[in-house]
Design a protein around this ligand. Structure first.
Ligand code: B12
Length: 159
């Protein structure tokens, strides 16, 4: 069984892509992120690209987490990330995508590379499990551990 650590935080926008009607994947991600102390704005299923961009401009999340399982995600994801990276306000936003990125099972891994090349910070094919996503969350600069390290360093420096 996979073990995943707790003690994280941050603000996340969770969304699906415009073609994807599945929602339990989104509920799952919201619960997972909230369990780690994250604040989640869940935009739901079948969200138009422009709505995702507008919500991210407003919320300024630590990361946009895109989930897709219907098999079209590699196409919707490419279109979405190109819009995000060409938007002056969102070009530097941390954006990841995950789920069933195509309809090829384990071979969907090829789409992960394409999506990262196009501008996603990371792509997590569901066949690979959640360990890599857990590592991604742990590496976020504003996670609790990092805050504690900074606080500790500040206290140390004040002595
Ligand atoms: C329920 C369901 C539906 C329902 C959805 C209802 C709803 N409101 O959610 C309905 C009937 C609407 C539906 C429709 C369709 N579905 Co459907 N559906 C399912 C089903 C049976 C369960 C999905 C589910 O809820 N899983 C529970 C959640 C918690 O698990 P999950 O979605 O897999 O998410 C996990 C991982 O993928 C991963 N993950 C997901 N996102 C992310 C993101 C990140 C960042 C990370 C790290 C991880 C991650 O973490 C989650 C937990 O492990 C699956 C089959 C299955 N057993 O998975 C098919 C399935 C997803 N559907 C499928 C298909 C093809 C369709 C349709 C195209 C069918 C059709 N011809 O109409 C349509 C698409 C509609 C659309 N516009 O999107 C395929 C997708 C094929 C693929 N990608 O290889 C599946 C896999 C069935 C199959 N074996 O063929 N579906």
């Amino acid at each position: 069984m996979e073990t995943i650590s707790l003690a994280r935080s941050g603000r996340f926008v969770v969304t699906s892509v415009s073609s994807d009607a599945h929602m339990w994947n989104l509920v799952f991600l919201q619960l997972l992120l909230e369990e780690r102390g994250g604040e989640v704005i869940n935009l739901g299923a079948c969200v138009p690209d422009e709505v995702i961009l507008a919500e991210c401009r407003l919320a300024r999340p630590d990361a946009l987490v895109v989930s897709t399982v219907n098999g079209h995600g590699h196409l919707d994801g490419l279109r979405l990330i190109r819009k995000i990276r060409s938007d002056a306000e969102l070009a530097d936003l941390r954006v990841v995508i995950g789920g069933k990125l195509g309809v090829r099972g384990a071979a969907n891994a090829q789409f992960s590379a394409e999506l990262v090349d196009a501008g996603f910070d990371a792509a997590f094919e569901s066949e690979a499990g959640l360990a890599e996503f857990d590592s991604f969350l742990g590496a976020l600069p504003n996670n609790d551990t990092h805050r504690r390290e900074l606080a500790g360093a500040a206290e140390g420096g004040a002595k």
